[in-house]
Design a protein around this ligand. Structure first.
Ligand code: GNR
Ligand code: NI
Length: 172
């Protein structure tokens, strides 16, 4: 497996819509495995293919806490079948917006259909951090970042902080 490099905003590849995979074949499985290794190394609890410059509808997640057994999930072509009226708010971060955080409200529960690592169609009902993280990752497949859920003012504050940080790092 390979650790891939993660794109950070602003990058037009993070704003693009990703394409469905035809099937989960060896190439897609390899991408899923590389995404998982990259996510664990970062470390993060989710990672979507466009974040590593691959415009395909593939994502991985593992919300297990430190000390708990790992629980990797690898999904292709995820579709949201249903979301609850009830909302939940989490402080979100993103590997493509390093060191930026904001509280984001999303549906508290979501039912998802997807292709798994073996190309089998599966459905799952999610809630809590898993529901939030899945919606965050599916947003990436549609070129949406968590800051796009904020007001223009709040979004610009975070994006400017990120630009400033990137410039300072470029000099150091
Ligand atoms: O590591 C991550 N943590 C996180 C915390 C709250 C809500 C969503 C996330 S996903 C993020 C990794 C990432 O950027 N995935 O796209
Ligand atoms: Ni993200």
């Amino acid at each position: 497996m390979t650790i891939l490099s993660i794109l950070t905003a602003p990058d037009p590849r993070l704003k693009a819509t990703s394409q469905p995979v035809k099937k989960v074949d060896a190439t897609v499985r390899r991408l899923m495995d590389d995404l998982l290794e990259t996510m664990y190394a970062a470390p993060g609890i989710g990672l979507a293919a466009p974040q590593v410059g691959r415009p395909q509808r593939v994502l991985v997640l593992d919300i297990a806490k430190e000390g708990e057994p790992p629980n990797p999930l690898q999904l292709a072509n995820p579709e949201i079948l249903w979301t609850s009226e009830e909302m939940a708010t989490y402080e979100e971060g993103c590997l493509s917006l390093p060191e930026q955080y904001a509280e984001i409200a999303r549906p508290a529960k979501a039912r998802i259909r997807y292709l798994d690592h073996e190309n089998e169609i599966r459905e799952m009902e999610t809630e809590g951090l898993l529901a939030t993280c899945l919606q965050h990752e599916i947003d990436h497949l549609d070129g949406v970042l968590f800051v796009d859920h904020l007001s223009t003012l709040k979004r610009n504050i975070l994006l400017r902080k990120l630009m400033k940080m990137k410039k300072a790092q470029a000099i150091a």
